[in-house]
Design a protein around this ligand. Sequence first.
Ligand code: NDP
Ligand SMILES: O=C1O[C@H](COP(=O)(O)O)[C@@H](O)[C@H](O)[C@H]1O
Length: 449
Amino acid sequence: MGSGGGQWIVEKRSSFRSEPLEVNVSETGCLSIVVLGASGDLAKKKTFPALFNLYRQGFLQSNEVHIFGYARTKISDDDLRNRIRSYLEKGSAKSEEVSEFLQLIKYVSGSYDTEGGFRMLDKEISLHEEFRNSTEGSSRRLFYLALPPSVYPVVCRMIKLCCMNKCGWTRIVVEKPFGKDLDSAEKLSNQIGELFEEPQLYRIDHYLGKELVQNLLVLRFANRFFLPLWNRDNIDNVQIVFREDFGTEGRGGYFDEYGIIRDIVQNHLLQVLCLVAMEKPVSLDSEHIRDEKVKVHFFFMEMQNLNQVLQSVEPIKDEEVVLGQYHGYRDDSKVPDHSNTPTFASIILRIHNERWEGVPFILKAGKALSSKKADIRVQFKDVPGDIFNCMSSNHAIRILLDHSIRKSMSVKQPGLEMSTVQSELDLSYKQRYHGVTIPDAYERLLLDT
Ligand SMILES: NC(=O)C1=CN([C@@H]2O[C@H](COP(=O)(O)OP(=O)(O)OC[C@H]3O[C@@H](n4cnc5c(N)ncnc54)[C@H](OP(=O)(O)O)[C@@H]3O)[C@@H](O)[C@H]2O)C=CC1
Ligand SMILES: O=C1O[C@H](COP(=O)(O)O)[C@@H](O)[C@H](O)[C@H]1O
């Protein structure tokens, strides 16, 4: 899906086990897209704009598609349309085009854990299908869960109970973070897996769709220049940084349950780390790429390449983690007064393999910081026999992950409250790096936001 910052990519897990093929795989005909959590941040900033881009590019035909927003908030169709309008009217979008698109949207209000709202939703979808004279097997229902993961199980149960397509496919798209830890992720997977077949399920991480994230594979594997350099002999450290110049902005209901590590680091930044650090995949097939990123416990695991990158990440040391929370975070009405949820994290990951031993991967993510940026910085080692006295040999590749970086927004004077910050460091990386011992330099790198 095209969205402001690029495309959205979904990962399928179908190579984990043999799957029954999905039946009724019609790709034309009446299409109902249901955005659950339509009142929320993701829906207005990314999901509806992405659907609008598909519409503008002709992938969603107005004679086939209808879009339903669903959430608890009691608003009208027009209220929802007005909320999202300004997010669509960007770039070259014409206001008539936006209005035409908005007319495709209908809003249904209901709870996530009772049948009433979902029965109503089903009725609205069925009316649309009847109106479109949907023939047997030709209608499609896509449910996009733009919701906190804690409600996925109950929402999936309600969809299964009340909203399944009787004559075509039903698909479910779920957002990150997929659970809170391994146990809850497995539990969630089992709960959803009992209701839907794997081919019906799509897990999304929109960072994988950013053009520049996709280009990482080209940079690394289609470039003779970098191939021999991409290793511990030449690279000093890698920083993968996400920073936002706004806070949770009313998203405390979702965010406080998860925090910055589960919101950003565990999914978006780890996916990027994998692409920077993994070995070359067998092909560009999404499953080959996925297999190279993770260690999968196949029955033929012994035959797998044991360099798979996540498998080689060492346990994280406490002293290589800094957490913080910005001042004002607890003012959000949905955040408890004594919340300790981190809104900033800086973590060193160390990859214990032949390519990366000794090269720290520094992942940093923070909300309500002084600027908005998402980038990767690959810092090369100094040239041996440097005749420039470390002044001009600061070799680094910096890859900006988002070309839609916004201008600084005014936020309530955010400040960082961190457990171990002693003083603000305003020296550039290079200045600080030289003249301090390496472990000390890494400690400082952790704090430099
Ligand atoms: N915001 C973003 O840019 C991105 C978000 N995501 C993911 O999207 C999902 C939703 O995030 P986002 O839209 O930002 O969050 P929001 O806090 O905006 O939540 C979305 C909607 O869910 C409902 N909701 C919020 N909290 C709860 C709760 N505790 N229990 C039940 N319903 C709740 C609210 O709707 P109502 O009260 O009307 O029912 C809200 O409008 C998350 O999994 C997040 O990781 C992914 C990529 C980007
Ligand atoms: O997944 C999320 O991403 C957004 C940032 O996305 P970007 O494409 O604008 O970089 C972040 O604001 C949100 O907290 C998180 O859930």
